[in-house]
Design a protein around this ligand. Structure first.
Ligand SMILES: CC(C)(COP(=O)(O)OP(=O)(O)OC[C@H]1O[C@@H](n2cnc3c(N)ncnc32)[C@H](O)[C@@H]1OP(=O)(O)O)[C@@H](O)C(=O)NCCC(=O)NCCS
Length: 156
């Protein structure tokens, strides 16, 4: 089977599809992010949004932040529940890694404490624990910060 290409988000309709996918699944249901808030995240200026789309349907997407304190942060990763477990999430992460490693030596990603399967996926792909941000997004839960690195910011 031909694999679907991953490319930059192109239309307002695709942005809405991404927001819809997010707000109807965990972790964002538990966190309490509705459609408008998710759409706002997808449309944050300067963030890079990459989608896997087929016949007008977004199957999955990844949002990369190349600014801020931790350059190379995978802010959002989401695959439509109809195609989960088929390798698309892994492809989106690898795509984001290739993009980030062209400019920076670290990739950062968070998994919610109530999302152990996502954390397991990241660890299988070589991400290591940085630390636990307790009560970071919602009370009683943590964000687990993970990092994959190819070297220091300033090599000798
Ligand atoms: C996490 C996610 C992006 C993985 O995408 P995917 O295409 O299913 O991933 P792959 O097929 O490449 O790999 C499968 C692995 O993903 C993880 N996974 C599968 N379904 C998942 C789900 N509903 N929630 C979280 N992780 C899941 C598991 O580690 C799985 O491995 P396993 O079957 O051995 O447990 C996708 O499941 C998803 O969008 N989940 C809901 C949103 C989410 O949790 N995003 C991550 C936020 S930190």
């Amino acid at each position: 089977m031909e694999t679907i290409a991953i490319r930059p988000l192109a239309t307002a309709d695709e942005a809405r599809q991404c927001a819809q996918m997010m707000c109807t699944t965990d972790p964002w249901i538990t966190i309490g992010r509705g459609f408008e808030e998710c759409l706002g995240i997808v449309k944050i200026p300067g963030r890079e949004v990459y989608v896997s789309e087929e016949n007008g349907q977004v199957r999955g997407f990844v949002i990369v932040n190349m600014g801020g304190a931790f350059i190379g942060y995978i802010q959002i990763l989401c695959v439509h529940d109809s195609v989960r477990g088929t390798g698309l999430g892994t492809r989106l992460i690898r795509f984001a890694e290739e993009r980030i490693f062209r400019e920076a030596p670290n990739v950062f990603i968070c998994a919610s404490s109530f999302n152990p399967r996502a954390r397991a996926l990241y660890e299988r792909l070589g991400y290591q624990l940085v630390g636990e941000l307790k009560d970071f997004v919602i009370a009683g839960e943590s964000e687990i910060l993970l990092r994959k690195t190819i070297g220091p910011l300033r090599p000798k």
